[in-house]
Design a protein around this ligand. Sequence first.
Ligand code: UD1
Length: 362
Amino acid sequence: MVVGARPNFMKAAPIYKELRLRPSVEVELLHTGQHYDRGMSDIFFDELGLPRPDLCLGVGSGSHAEQTAAVMVGLERAFVERRPDLVVVVGDVNSTMAGALAAAKLCIPIAHVEAGLRSFDRTMPEEVNRVVTDSLSSLLFTTEESANANLRREGHPEERVHFVGNVMIDTLVEHRARAVALEAWRRFGLAAGGYALVTLHRPSNVDDRETLAGIAGALRELARELPVVFPAHPRTAKRLEEFALAGALGGPAGVRTIEPLGYLEFLSLMTSARMVLTDSGGMQDETTALGVPCITLRTNTERPVTVQMGTSELVGSEPSRILAAARRALSGDWKRGRTPPLWDGRSAPRIAAVLAGWAGRG
Ligand code: UD1
């Protein structure tokens, strides 16, 4: 199993644990090191009960080509030494695609968890990663019906596609009670149900000064009506500094910018938030599972079920639209949403059963 960046860890953990329960399967965890700060990586291993990885490549940051190439070189060496029967990759980050490419060139079969999602927006680096990874994978594990339809339309044979539900929700279900009991909002002087939780990290929102300034202004306005807490991704923290926008968030009386949080504290904050404003993919899924209003600062999504059935609404990054949506959520005028099919906390056992069956065939 290959992991590399923050959103990989909560997807890999339940599958890794489930595979470890099966004596016929030998599983190793390889960490590319795409994310490397303690708050972006190690804390998740500790909290999610993942062991130290069997190998850490330590590739770190870089341009897309640099990062992808470094992961490929490191994983190729690891795969040649270890000769796995199968490589499992999760999600849509650069490490996911690089792992798939390295395996494919060595003719090692690939399983992709969270396959088939499409935003149909190739300006998103993740969309390129999804398309490439799926095209190279022999086992495609999907989270929602749209993914099945996308894969079908792209001509993937039906027998490769396994609709298993959402493993991220397995992790959420496992840790929810602990997270709720943490009452992390207390640490930030907030009241349960009395704050907005914000995350932002998409290059399209944070790498352009004008866009980021607009969003910051909307958040500052919202902070006059409702406390706003904002664990800032390192990319975003760097941009806020570079663009001299910290002030635009409203200083001490405005948006509360804090360091990135670990899984449990973050889940704790999410469960008791009045609303979430985010451009994260994973949080669209998690807020849908929790029934928390999600104002999605994007114009498209690869996870349409979160809009059609769940609590997410695509609002984009226009400040007036963000503020209008937030005011609506604040007044209670928001859809309640339903849990999508198979987001029941049992996806990892389904995946492990397919993997064990696949191994048994050989
Ligand atoms: C990556 C994923 C994105 C995912 C996100 C979750 C790709 C193309 N993007 O974006 O899909 O939603 O992770 O967080 O794979 N940095 C640190 N410490 C770290 C990691 C990164 O300071 O531990 C900083 C570096 O300045 C780096 C920047 O963040 O250049 C961006 O990191 P990178 O992994 O390239 O992309 P993300 O924006 O994190």
